[in-house]
Write a protein that binds this ligand. Structure first.
Ligand code: KIV
Ligand code: NA
Length: 266
């Protein structure tokens, strides 16, 4: 049983077959999604805010990404595992990007890496692809730039910004990216990008016309505390399920209802 490859995803676009991607940060959760048939799992640097307790993705380190990505690879059999290059691990130079992409492939065993930026990252993408590293690009809203953007605003609004997004999409495709994440862009613009590219677009907050859709697993499963973004659909309510379980356990212990005879050795 082989893993999903970049060629499978190229074929899917030709056939007009849409696919889903979920984030994963540990072997256990990744194994559940792998068994469910999710073809691509992203070890996102969203681990920063969704798994490690930081406010943003900015503090995430290469050592953390390697540890999380290795766990996701170990926990899966079929999915393509893509890992993010975190902030500061690739912006200095194409050589730095290659060094850290190689760590993710050799030390964690991932099948592809993802990095943020369109035209600004094209040279690095080109070097990685020449070296045999499959690269997923990420344009539109790029959360590693949260401090420069002053938050997480929708991108590509207005003619100027829309043209820049199209240029970014074409630049990363030209550089050899096998897929492009479009984050927080108007649906009409995401459709245009999807039509103009030969490689698949993976939307998050980018409307229904992308070739694929990605959600952060803690958002889609209802694990996130507080409000989730407008583009999230909650497919489960794990936070409530686990909270109820913890309260029921505590109550059983308090009343000596647990452990019962069937849980006890003699
Ligand atoms: O880190 C992440 O989860 C991502 C997805 C939102 C695409 O980059
Ligand atoms: Na990310």
């Amino acid at each position: 049983n082989r893993r999903v490859t970049v060629r499978d995803l190229a074929t899917a676009k030709q056939r007009g077959e849409k696919w889903s991607m979920l984030t994963a940060y540990d072997a256990l959760t990744a194994g559940v999604f792998d068994e469910a048939g999710t073809p691509v799992l992203l070890v996102g640097d969203s681990a920063g805010n969704c798994h490690l307790g930081y406010e943003t993705t900015v503090p995430v380190t290469m050592d953390q990404m390697v540890m999380l990505a290795a766990a996701v690879v170990r926990g899966t059999k079929r999915a393509m595992v893509v890992a993010d290059l975190p902030f500061g691990s690739y912006q200095e130079s194409p050589a730095q990007a290659m060094h850290n992409a190689a760590r993710l492939m050799k030390d964690a065993g991932v099948g592809a890496v993802k990095l943020e930026g369109g035209e600004r990252s094209a040279r690095s993408i080109e070097l990685l692809v020449e070296a045999g590293v499959p690269v997923m690009a990420h344009i539109g809203l790029t959360p590693q730039s949260v401090h420069a953007l002053g938050g997480y605003p929708v991108q590509g609004r207005g003619d100027e910004a829309a043209h820049q997004l199209l240029r970014d999409a074409k630049a990363v495709q030209q550089a050899g990216a096998f897929a492009v994440v479009l984050e927080a862009v108007p649906a009409e613009l995401a459709r245009q990008v999807t039509e103009q590219l030969t490689v698949p677009t993976v939307g998050i907050g980018a409307g229904a016309d992308c070739d694929a859709q990605v959600l952060v697993w803690t958002d889609f499963a209802g694990m996130t505390a507080g409000r989730v973004p407008k583009f999230v659909k909650q497919y489960a309510n794990l936070r409530a399920v686990l909270g109820d379980a913890a309260r029921a356990f505590a109550e059983d212990v308090r009343t000596s209802a647990f452990p019962a005879a069937e849980h006890t050795f003699h």
